[in-house]
Ligand binder design. Structure first.
Ligand code: CUA
Length: 364
């Protein structure tokens, strides 16, 4: 897609002016952007990084997509009519010579026909859009969940997501695994959205619209994805310095893979004598005051639960890949990868970092 754009760009630079170049580039970029969507859909287990409401892959997102097409079509029609009349008036009644400077065009007052024409149709259009929107909201909010539906609690924190699976007694963070839903086996996922501190916003555009996470309040929404892969999303409400790095990953697994994931998240950490030193360092450096690790003295709730930390693909709520280089950097000073995050630099020595890193890597 990139190559395609750059070829057009270099051809265009030869003869055209800047304005045309910009316009051309925008059009090509737009075409490339829109045409890339079906390619992603055909692949399996991909990273769905294009956050595009025009490529819905889940039931509520599809409903929102169709209503957005209707609204866009109505607006496009209004734009064409108004823009067309304006263009006509500009050309038809333009200044034709010096004689026009002394003559006022004929003035129209109190024409009932014109007054009705520009008030009644707009009111009807707005009423139509209100009714259609109200029906869509009702359809999404009063959707009945099948018994097989999965249930998840998502709790927003500055600047990460706590994820709980009450039915399975699982706690994790930032990466949300949900089952794939098919026509034969419908498994939607209901989400309860809450916040531990300030207002956050949950939005994975290909799965559903935005929903706020408000302190002392429970919001709910649901998704029903019908394509596997990793969907990226964002926090949508400015919640502090690292708002932009409060990233969401929703991993949609086929049913058997999902069941395996659930099982793996229920296992207890293995006791590995080789990493006993790391565990000791973890506790003695107060890591366990903020983080919880099952079957250990780490019982904190301010930071992400690390019981299965090594099974996650990313660090710091999606800010970096969960590899040894990034983890070492994070343990030395989290402020390097995520400046403003609430985990302080614990002034660990290289030896302590290595020991804790080895310990964290056993938490699969
Ligand atoms: Cu959380 Cu922005």
């Amino acid at each position: 897609m990139l190559n395609h754009q750059y070829t057009r760009y270099s051809l265009a630079t030869r003869g055209l002016g800047r304005g045309w170049l910009l316009l051309g580039f925008t059009v090509v970029a737009l075409i490339g952007f829109l045409s890339s969507a079906p390619v992603a859909r055909a692949q399996d287990s991909t990273i769905r990084a294009i956050q595009n409401i025009f490529d819905p892959l889940s039931a509520p997102a599809e409903t929102l997509y169709s209503i957005s097409l209707l609204v866009l079509a109505v607006c496009a029609l209004i734009f064409l009519i108004v823009g067309g009349l304006l263009t006509y008036a500009i050309i038809r009644y333009r200044r034709r010579g010096p004689e026009d400077d002394h003559e006022e065009p004929p003035q129209v007052y109190g024409s009932a026909a014109i007054e009705l024409a520009w008030t009644v149709p707009p009111i009807l259009i707005v009423v139509m859009l209100v009714l259609v929107t109200a029906r869509t909201i009702g359809e999404i909010q009063h959707h009945t969940m099948p018994d097989a539906a999965e249930e998840i609690r998502v709790i927003g924190h500055r600047f990460w997501w706590e994820i709980r699976y009450p039915k399975h007694d699982i706690v994790t963070a930032n990466e949300i695994h949900v089952p794939l839903s098919t026509r034969q086996n419908r498994v939607p996922t209901e989400m309860i959205l809450e916040s531990a501190d300030v207002i956050h916003g949950f939005w994975v555009p290909q799965l559903n619209g935005k929903t706020m996470l408000v302190p002392n309040y429970r919001n709910t929404m649901w998704i029903e994805p019908y394509a596997t892969g990793t969907y990226l999303g964002n926090c949508t409400v400015l919640c502090g310095q690292q708002h932009a790095n409060m990233l969401i990953r929703v991993i949609v697994d086929p049913p058997d893979v999902y069941q395996k994931w659930l099982e793996s998240q229920k296992t207890k950490p293995v006791v590995d004598p080789q990493t006993a030193e790391g565990q000791r360092q973890f506790i003695s450096n107060s890591c366990g005051t903020c983080h919880r690790i099952e079957d250990s003295r780490a019982t904190g709730v301010f930071g992400p639960d690390l019981t299965h930390f090594a099974s996650r693909a990313t660090l710091g709520s999606g800010v970096a890949k969960n590899d040894d280089t990034n983890l070492r950097s994070w343990l030395h000073d989290p402020q390097v990868l995520k400046q403003g995050c609430l985990m302080p630099n614990m002034q660990l020595s290289d030896r302590q970092v290595d020991a804790i890193l080895a310990y964290l890597r056993t938490l699969k």
